[in-house]
Design a protein around this ligand. Structure first.
Ligand SMILES: [Zn+2]
Length: 208
């Protein structure tokens, strides 16, 4: 299954790529946060495939009564699970807390408590499908992987824990911009999990 994953920066050229048919085989769009919802809605309209996304630290808190706090045509997967094309998918929004009043920001303990809320659904997956998770999407990277030392870009340890217990084949995240920390490496393998920094977009073929 071909996935278009996007995060952090709306690219002018993605409009050209989409209209040139570059994404014609894409069956699913994953949004890893910090993108204008109009950009996600445009991609859904053009590609006409499902969208799962998580909010980033620059996105608004979701309010079901306010249209501008959601991407229309997509599903906010923050702390939720979904199944698509037999792939088990889970989402974890937000970043590490670096401002006391920041939205979609969590300190390391808060992030662990949030991750625990995914446990019942993950256990049900295990019972029902014989595996816990195939794809994890988050805005933040895990701690020590594609993250940075400054207060706003440290990874969340709760994500390392989630990856350890749920063992997804794929983890997609955003939040880390290459130009800031000069990372040349956007993909890492941790045990059996392929961790991909999506910024600003990646086309990835996933298999069972
Ligand atoms: Zn961010």
């Amino acid at each position: 299954m071909k996935i278009l994953a996007v995060s952090d920066q709306a690219l002018d050229r993605i409009y050209a790529l989409a209209s040139n048919g570059q994404f014609k085989d894409v069956e699913l769009i994953l949004g890893c946060g910090d993108l204008p919802y109009a950009y996600l809605e445009y991609l859904v309209t053009i590609l006409n495939v499902p969208l799962f996304y998580v909010p980033g630290n620059h996105d608004p808190a979701e309010n079901r009564n306010r249209r501008e706090t959601q991407a229309q045509g997509g599903s906010n997967l923050d702390l939720k699970l979904a199944r698509f094309n037999r792939f088990l998918i889970a989402g974890f929004g937000g970043s590490v807390r670096y401002r006391p009043d920041g939205i979609n920001q969590y300190n390391q303990l808060e992030a662990y408590l949030r991750a625990l809320r995914l446990l019942p659904g993950l256990l049900l997956n295990r019972l029902q499908y014989g595996r816990t998770l195939d794809i994890l999407i988050s805005h933040s990277p895990p701690s020590g992987i594609h993250d940075d030392d400054d207060p706003a870009h440290q990874g969340l340890k709760a994500l390392n824990w989630l990856i350890r217990i749920a063992r997804p084949r794929y983890h997609f995240h955003g939040h880390t911009h290459f130009y800031r920390n000069n990372l040349s490496n956007w993909e890492s393998l941790v045990n059996l999990t392929r961790i991909t920094n999506v910024y600003p977009y990646k086309l990835i073929d996933v298999s069972h």
